[in-house]
Design a binder for this molecule. Structure first.
Ligand code: URA
Length: 213
């Protein structure tokens, strides 16, 4: 697939790309895999939060009182898509320790092949908050679209998706359904295979994170 997408920001920072190479390596063990997911997430979050709105705050330094900047509004919400998204929460929390954490669980209905929600918990006042959905892999895009559908049903309007590896197919599907949602990723890979795995990818992110290979 040879297309350029507007809804995706690929973070090409050398540290991200170096860590991603080790993450892809099938010889990387489960402990190192987890640490790398954490570190890459932290670097992706740095970029994904660049448009958060600031407001002025008075602060007394030991020498003077000044107007300085602080984040405006309510704390953002991190929304991991179960199960692999859980592996990215620590990376987010390192940079945004006060952010709230929601959860969404989806499974694929074997008859309709559509994602079905089995768990969804977010703060009551979510409509006023910025959401960061996280899932290491954006493959077919089905679960990401379903997670965004769920948020929009609750009135959430500020949503972005942070994933480590994306497929062109998933990015296209996401753009068709939710063109307002920006994707922050470390890589736009080549394609999906017939089983919905990303090529070259890194295999099953959940299994590699949690050692359930
Ligand atoms: N989920 C994964 O964990 N890996 C893929 O390649 C695709 C979906």
């Amino acid at each position: 697939m040879n297309e350029s997408f507007e809804n995706i920001t690929v973070i090409k920072h050398p540290l991200v790309q170096d860590k991603l190479t080790t993450l892809r390596d099938k010889h990387t063990n489960n402990k190192n895999f987890k640490e790398l997911v954490n570190e890459i997430t932290l670097l992706l979050v740095y970029e994904a939060t660049k448009n958060l709105v600031l407001t002025d705050k008075t602060v007394e330094t030991p020498l003077e009182t000044i107007q300085s900047k602080t984040l405006q509004g309510k704390q953002p919400v991190i929304l991991p898509i179960l199960r692999a998204g859980i592996g990215m929460v620590d990376g987010f929390s390192s940079l945004m320790p006060a952010a709230l954490i929601g959860h969404i669980g989806l499974f694929r209905d074997e008859e309709t092949l559509q994602p079905q929600r089995y768990y969804f918990k977010i703060p009551a006042d979510s409509a006023e908050r910025q959401f960061f959905i996280c899932d290491p892999m954006l493959a077919t895009g089905g679960t990401a679209v379903a997670a965004i559908d769920a948020l929009k049903e609750k009135g959430v309007t500020q949503i972005c998706l942070v994933c480590i590896v994306s497929s062109p197919e998933g990015v296209k599907v996401l753009h068709e359904h939710h063109p307002d949602v920006q994707i922050y990723t470390a890589s736009l890979d080549r394609q999906l295979n017939e089983n919905g795995y990303i090529l070259p990818g890194l295999g099953d992110a959940g299994d590699r994170l949690f050692g359930t290979l």
